[in-house]
Write a protein that binds this ligand. Structure first.
Ligand SMILES: [Zn+2]
Ligand SMILES: [Zn+2]
Length: 360
């Protein structure tokens, strides 16, 4: 008897693949046997509908011939891998199931497959470190050397795990793949389940003699020096990520990443505001009234700034493009100089007389 898959998923006949996927996820969550609302039969039905409608080709066949035809076509095992598993016409794609993966796994006694995959080494750890740099180094970029104590690939066996010169034996049980396939009974019927080979622990090979330096782990602790390029414009608290510069993975697994967090030292002359720099310059009452040229410290060195006659305290002058390079971009911020006029708090009798004569 032909089933109405569109009805089962609650979508109309013109639904897009995206809508079908969404509808499937929604229903799968509702009917998942681990949920209060769970219903094994419905869950199975929803799965079946999605396997057909979620696949353009099968959907076209179904639209033309109905579900019986499709099921007949898809009969038999279609090689399930770690990303999914197969049974008859049903192939559940783990990616499509999204976050209910764990639940599905438990239900099928399959969730263990990730850990069953276990002894197969995990990626090396990420490392986080803090690097202190000067204000100017952050402005212009810099190259710094850092030192890290971390797991590195064993230099004795070059990460091969075997003592140099000794034999590496391919596992006969899994023929070196590290995986074995067995058939398991589940609520959906017989499932093909892959797990780690128990003869070799998932490694696919064994060693006549393990490396004497790393005991067959392929890594050792060591202190390494690393040249790090600090990009111009980086800000305090920002991190640089160096892919693969974290700890080496055991037994040939990929290395982790290195995160270097910037600690930028203050410079008493400058204050950073995004890519602009602020500074404060004190001038005398006379300079403010009569005008002058003064020297300003910038990140590029001393620059001369013209103070026009009659400059008020609090006036801000902009030194264009004397700020900070925009990180990984073009252009540069400005240097903003705030002028503060020193009003003398004590003056001589003569000065007082002169000011009074000026009548300002
Ligand atoms: Zn070694
Ligand atoms: Zn094996």
């Amino acid at each position: 008897m032909s089933k109405d898959y569109y009805n089962i998923l609650g979508v109309n006949k013109n639904a897009s693949q995206e809508e079908i996927k969404k509808a499937f996820r929604k229903k799968a969550h509702v009917y998942h046997p681990d949920k209060v609302t769970g219903d094994e039969a419905k869950f199975k039905e929803v799965n079946e509908a999605y396997q057909v409608l979620g696949n353009e080709q099968k959907r076209a066949q179904y639209d033309q011939f109905g579900s019986d035809f499709t099921n007949g076509m898809a009969g038999g095992f279609s090689g399930g891998g770690f990303g999914g598993f197969s049974q008859g016409g049903i192939h559940v794609d783990m990616d499509d199931l999204g976050d209910i993966f764990g639940g599905i796994g438990d239900m099928f006694g399959f969730g263990g497959s990730r850990s069953e995959n276990g002894p197969r080494a995990r990626r090396g750890n990420d490392i986080q470190t803090i690097l202190t740099i000067d204000f100017k180094e952050a402005v212009f970029g810099a190259e710094k050397e850092i030192s890290l104590h971390k797991k590195v690939k064993c230099s004795h066996c070059n990460g091969n795990l075997a003592e140099p010169g000794s034999k590496i034996i391919t596992c006969s049980n899994c023929r070196g793949t590290g995986k074995v396939t067995r058939v398991q009974r589940t609520i959906l019927g017989n499932m093909q389940v892959q797990s780690a080979c128990d003869q070799c622990g998932g490694e696919g090979r064994s060693y006549e003699k393990k490396c004497t330096q790393c005991s067959g782990r392929g890594v050792n602790m060591d202190t390494v020096r690393l040249q790090v390029k600090i990009p111009a414009g980086i800000n305090d608290g920002e991190s640089i990520r160096l892919v693969g510069q974290g700890e080496a993975g055991e037994r040939g697994a990929a290395a982790g990443d290195l995160y270097i967090k910037m600690n930028i030292k203050d410079d008493p002359r400058f204050e950073r505001d995004g890519y602009d720099i602020h500074s404060v310059e004190n001038i005398s009452f006379t300079q403010a009234v009569l005008g002058d040229k003064i020297d300003i410290d910038t990140v590029e060195g001393v620059v001369s700034l013209k103070i026009p006659a009659g400059t008020q305290s609090g006036t801000i002058f902009k030194l264009r493009n004397k700020g900070i390079n925009v990180l990984q971009g073009r252009g540069r911020g400005d240097h903003l100089v705030e002028i503060r006029v020193n009003i003398p708090s004590r003056i001589t009798r003569k000065q007082k007389k002169l000011i009074e004569e000026l009548g300002l």
